[in-house]
Design a protein around this ligand. Sequence first.
Ligand code: UDP
Ligand code: MG
Length: 328
Amino acid sequence: MITTTLPSLTIVSPCYNEEPMLPASAPILQNIMTHLIRDHQIAENSKILFVDDGSQDNTWQLICDLQQKDPLFTGLRFSRNYGQEAALMAGMQTAHRHADLVITIDADLQDDPTLIPAMVAQAQRGFDIVYGVRNDRSTDSWFKRTTANGFYWTMGKLGVNLVPNHSDFRLLTKRVITALMQCHESKPFLRGIIPQLGFPSTRLYYKRQPRQAGVSKYPLNKMLRFALDGILSFSIAPIRAVLYAGTVICGTALLMLIWILVQHLRGAVITGWSSIMASLWFLGGFQLIAISIIGEYVGRTFTEVKHRPRYIVQTDTYSATFHVSTPA
Ligand code: UDP
Ligand code: MG
């Protein structure tokens, strides 16, 4: 049969309070998948897997309704909100038992879903990773563009190999996901980890669209946290920076001490309440920054050694579908 030779594709889409968006994005994905199946590009047991990341609105109900109308749709529901990366990991981990190819895409379809057939074609040409890369971010705000550029620049300087302007729209083959599952950090920074895995990869370019409905789930504080997580989980450069700064400060203090000594021997009286206060406050502040940078790493080690689950799945209709539809 054709289905045994064609690759099985699962589209994984994380959803957090996407009630306003799902009714629009689900039919678009459904249409693309239906065409791919009809054109014998992918196997008939290919699926769309929405991962409900503990939404408080009707997202899960919508996913269940979609599945009832078309078994192409399936869902995974978290017990609470764990974050987008956890949702992506859960989707990939669940999907790769049955799927040969997994494509991850945001539920708001800001990333161009019409690229999906081209991604599948690239996989058939032998690429294990196909990165969706934005070549036009004009729909993002000036602030988002500037901070994103700053982030890529910083990561580059830290020696972390990221694909610029790539977020979480990508295709991975089964063997890449198998390798990814061997990375056990509790908060995996996927954009950094995946390029590190190796495997043949290629890029496809597209224009990022504005969000059609609902709101961004990344307010400024969450965005900064995400960027900081990326930096701290990939590099100890901040600790080194503190070491260098501390060395410079100590060197300056030593020079000052020598100067004071010389002035003293010459019989000069050195006054300067303000300079003492300024150095005191400067050193106090610097020490606090240094301690908190080290504290961030200690905190991360603490979180890692606990080995708590990355996420807890409350309901999984994806695996259940496979048990029913796949003959033993
Ligand atoms: N998302 C999620 N959990 C969260 C935050 C976001 O699963 O805690 C999902 C969200 O539903 C969307 C994707 O991650 O499908 C990207 O989020 P969003 O579109 O808000 O980010 P932006 O495009 O504004 O960076
Ligand atoms: Mg978005």
